[in-house]
Structure formats: structure tokens, C-alpha cells
Ligand binder design. Structure first.
Ligand code: TNX
Length: 524
């Protein structure tokens, strides 16, 4: 039996590593972190390590040639270097060694090291451990909706840093919706000239210039993340109709849309007028008009040229204003256009209803942990077409769902929505197993896990932090760590103790996490 906890001053403490590593073993002693510690080896990893040490401790390491202790950062040179993104970490009293299978693995080893830094009386130390770690899934994503509320480049960079520290490697940007179009494309300039200025609740909109987008892509790459851009269609396209009215159908007003307008305001959608409400499923592109497919080819063609990552997301969710046979036709053509661009299409699970979906299209499942309404059938259809599935179960890791009511928060300040089976506790965000969600979708069929943050009620960086942290850590663990039941770290009890110990690091990093009473937060 392996010991996963160390005893300090007679108290058992968990090693505060999140997501749980594949293996981590404590040993006796610790590495004292003093200003005269040298950091040798890979310069990029050294920058990342200095950053986290400084944030956590305030120490600016400044070792001369006489350095007593060393941190050695390197990428494995041997041919059998191990799985992509894996690393090995050894800490003893004299030396810290982090060896990545590749640059990403080394970066993740540094993140683990940063989480292990602890106070030792008046000083700082890293407990002696040996860790061997590799991700379970290749795709570990977070999604930010910049359409309902626009979030400028600095906010996006902050979210990249936060996500990368939890070993996420994908930033999915939801770049268009009924409320606004957020990415400049020279092939279709009116999208941002005419359809980007507004947001939910009459808040100001905004968009990324091509230079902004490049800056985001490069910043993400420096944190070993790719960007997956989404242009949502054929529904969620009211803003497209502002810019290019000839492409859009009239809004389809259902009872549920009237109900949302009544409850949340924003009025009813009207063709040619910016939409500032929160209803979904009323807009559609014209399906039987060739101009629509010229548009699809233009916008995804230009986006493909701006996006080094392999995926383009075409949305496909909640197209309630599009007849089912028209929806199927659209999905078949749009996924073929993206495949022909040399990119892998991703679509929300509804697109699995389209028989003609392009081979290898990836499906993003946003049904419940216990599937309802045939969402599981839709997800399985992607596998039948040679694709894989990304799991984003809404009642677990939709970060825009409210937390359970906290009596200390005034009702007006309660951010988030409740449609996914009511409020989502941290425990509910944690207690699910990816290979158990959709019957017939097994380990190999799962490309990965992604935690979306929709922003109808989310306006500021503080709002993002509050909704994401700590539940984003549960998503990270589902994406990275061994399956539940295969590691004694993969339990709610272990998770809440490890997350609790990250409170001081998150505080020092300026992350305004929700101090959920489910977590026994540690203060320094
Ligand atoms: C459903 S999930 C949506 C979004 C909303 C979100 C709010 C999905 C693919 N579509 O349009 O913003 O719920 O939670």
C-alpha cells in the first residue's frame, strides 16, 4: 500500500497537488527554498518557476556561483522519453529535479512544484517527494464565452494562466452568438463593424482584432495551450443577420423565448436590431441559399489561417429555429468545409443528429452526467463516424451554474444560472467519472474533458474567478488524473483537502476564488 500523505508536526497533511498526479510519494525531509537557490536548465521553464516562486513566497532567487542548492529543469533526451506531456519530479534535501518528456511535460512539472511550496516556520520549503505524472486525456479544455459578454485580451491572458496552472491545454473561445460577433475577419468586415458593439444587458461589446487574436494564440502557446475558436451556427446567429441580413432568417419566437424575455428582460429579438437578452434558439442562417456556404467558407477559411491548432468549432447547438432536416444538411456541409481546410471540426452534440456529418468530427457532449433526451445517442453518432467526444456534462462542470445558495451572499449578487439540474456544488462538480457518462463511449472514444463558462451573467474578471474557482479544479482532475476508483487520491475527501491547501497560492496569485463552505480552506 502506498502512503500518499506525509506527517508534519504529528499532523497528517495531503500534498496539495491538483489535479492529482498519477503517482506521488513523500519521503523524509525537505528542500529549503532560500534566495541562494540556483535554477539550472531549460530557460522557459526557469521563467515559469521563478514566476510561481515569486508569487507564492515573494522570494527573488539570486544565487551566485556558490549556490548551495539547485533546481534542475530539463527535457528528457533519451528516445523512450515517456508519454507526451508527462514529467518526473524528484525533491530531496539538496536538489530538485524536474524532467519533462517534452516542453509541456516540464511546464506541468513546474506547476506541480509551485503547488508544493509550503511555509516552514519563517522560511519556505518544498517537501521531499518523488512524482511520476502523465495526463489521462489529450484534450483538457476550458471555454470562455466572449459573445454574451466581451472579455478583453488581458482577462483572457489571466484565464490562460489560471487554466495552465491546472494543466489544461485548450482554450476554447466562443467567438460569436446572437448578442455579438467578436473576431475581426477581413473577408467579412461588417461582422465586427456592425455586429460587435453590444452584449447582454445593454453592456458594451467589443471584438478581437486579428492582432489581438494572434496575441492570445501566442500567449496560450507559451503556456502550452492551443486555442479552439468557435463560430456558432446555424443557430446563435442573430448578430450575423445585423451585418449580412441576406444570410439570416427572421427570428422564430417560441413560448420559451417569450418566457425568457419576460423573466430576464432584453425584449424579443427583432431582425436588424441588436439583441441584448438571454434567450436561445430563435435565429438561423438560411440553409437553402448558396450564399450561406460562401459565408461559412470565408469565415472558417480565414480563421483556419489564423489558428495553428488542429480544431475549428462550428457550434451547432440549440438550433431550434432551424428545421431538423435543414439542420442536418447544414452540419454536413459545414463540417465538410472545415475538413477540406485541413482542420478537424468540433460541434456540440446536437450535430450528431446529422447523418452526413464529416468523418472524424469531434462531438462536444453537454448533456447531464446521467444522459436525458437522447443526448447520449447524439454523442455516440460521432464515434460511429470515426470521431471522438469531449465531455462537458452541464450539471457537473458548467462553470456558469450557480453555487448552492449561500445565505451570506445577497440574492442580487448571486451570479450564474440554474437550468442544469439546479445549483452545482463543488462536490457535484467533482463526483463524476468520464468513462461512465455515455454508455458505449469508453476511454478511447473520449478525446477529453472541457469546462465551459457561459457569460450571460458574468461581466468581470472577478466574476470569472468566482464562478470558475474552485470548480475548475474538479474539471482539471477529471481531465488529467487517473480514473476514479484507480487511485486513492481520486476521492472527494482527498480532493477537498488538496484544494483547501491551494487557498494560499491562489490568494497570492490574485485569484478571487469562491470560498465555498464545502472546502476546509487553509489560511497561512
Ligand atoms: C446552453 S450549452 C448553451 C449556451 C448558453 C448556456 C447557458 C450550449 C452548447 N449552449 O447557449 O449560454 O446554456 O448555461
Amino acid at each position: 500500500m502506498c502512503r500518499r500523505r506525509r506527517r508534519r508536526n504529528g499532523v497528517t497533511v495531503s500534498l496539495p497537488v491538483v489535479p492529482a498526479p498519477a503517482s506521488i510519494e513523500p519521503s523524509a525531509g525537505s528542500f529549503p527554498l532560500v534566495p541562494a537557490t540556483a535554477i539550472d536548465g531549460d530557460p522557459d521553464a526557469a521563467v515559469a518557476l521563478r514566476r510561481v516562486i515569486e508569487a507564492r513566497t515573494g522570494l527573488m532567487l539570486d544565487a551566485g556561483p556558490e549556490a548551495a542548492r539547485r533546481v534542475i529543469l530539463g527535457v528528457e533526451a533519451r528516445a523512450d522519453r515517456g508519454a507526451p506531456e508527462s514529467y518526473r519530479l524528484v525533491v530531496d534535501a539538496e536538489t530538485v529535479t524536474v524532467t519533462g518528456a517534452d516542453a509541456a511535460g516540464l511546464f506541468y512539472g513546474v506547476q506541480t512544484l509551485g503547488q508544493l511550496i509550503a511555509r516552514d516556520g519563517d522560511g519556505w520549503m518544498i517537501p521531499a517527494v518523488t512524482a511520476q505524472d502523465a495526463p489521462r486525456f489529450a484534450y483538457r479544455g476550458v471555454m470562455l464565452d466572449v459573445a454574451r459578454h466581451f472579455h478583453p485580451v488581458p482577462t483572457v491572458k489571466g484565464y490562460i494562466d489560471r487554466a495552465a496552472s491546472l494543466k489544461f491545454n485548450v482554450l476554447h473561445l466562443h467567438l460569436s452568438d446572437d448578442q455579438g460577433w467578436r473576431i475581426e475577419l477581413h473577408s467579412r468586415p461588417r461582422l465586427t463593424e456592425v455586429a460587435s458593439a453590444t452584449a447582454v444587458g445593454a453592456d458594451p461589446g467589443g471584438f478581437y482584432t486579428k492582432a489581438d487574436y494572434r496575441e492570445i494564440v501566442e500567449y496560450a502557446a507559451s503556456r502550452h495551450m492551443i486555442v479552439v475558436p468557435e463560430l456558432d451556427m446555424p443557430g446563435h446567429t442573430h448578430a450575423v443577420g445585423l451585418a449580412y441580413p441576406e444570410l439570416a432568417e427572421e427570428p422564430v419566437l417560441s413560448d420559451s423565448i417569450r418566457q425568457v424575455a419576460h423573466e430576464y428582460g432584453g425584449g424579443l429579438p427583432t431582425a436588424g436590431t441588436a439583441y441584448e437578452g438571454m434567450a436561445v434558439g430563435f435565429s438561423s442562417l438560411k440553409i437553402h441559399d448558396e450564399a450561406t456556404y460562401d459565408f461559412v467558407a470565408d469565415v472558417f477559411g480565414e480563421l483556419a489561417g489564423m489558428t495553428p491548432g488542429p480544431y475549428l468549432h462550428l457550434g451547432g447547438d440549440e438550433a431550434l429555429g432551424t428545421a431538423p432536416e435543414d439542420f442536418a444538411l447544414f452540419v454536413a456541409r459545414a463540417t465538410a468545409i472545415i475538413s477540406d481546410l485541413g482542420k478537424i471540426p468540433i460541434a456540440w452534440h446536437e450535430a450528431g443528429a446529422a447523418d452526413g456529418i464529416a468523418d472524424s468530427t469531434v462531438g462536444q457532449y453537454w448533456g447531464y452526467v446521467a444522459p436525458t433526451d437522447g443526448a447520449d445517442d447524439r454523442a455516440r453518432a460521432f464515434v460511429a463516424h470515426g470521431g471522438q467526444v469531449i465531455l462537458s456534462p452541464a450539471d457537473a462542470i458548467y462553470l456558469d451554474m450557480k453555487y448552492p445558495l449561500d445565505p451570506s451572499t445577497p440574492a442580487g449578487r448571486q451570479l450564474g444560472l440554474t437550468w442544469a439540474n439546479g445549483p452545482t456544488s463543488v462536490e457535484r462538480a467533482y463526483a463524476w467519472e468520464p468513462s461512465d457518462v455515455v454508455a458505449g463511449i469508453d476511454e478511447d472514444d473520449v478525446l477529453g474533458v472541457e469546462a465551459p463558462l457561459w457569460t450571460e451573467t458574468i461581466r468581470t474578471p472577478d466574476d470569472i474567478d468566482t464562478m470558475a474557482f474552485p470548480r475548475i479544479a474538479a474539471a482539471a482532475e477529471a481531465a488529467w488524473s487517473p480514473a476514479t476508483g484507480t487511485s486513492d487520491l481520486r476521492t472527494w475527501e482527498s480532493f477537498r483537502a488538496r484544494v483547501a491547501s491551494l487557498g494560499p497560492l491562489w490568494t497570492r496569485l490574485g485569484i478571487g476564488f469562491h470560498r465555498s463552505d464545502e472546502i476546509p480552506w487553509v489560511t497561512e
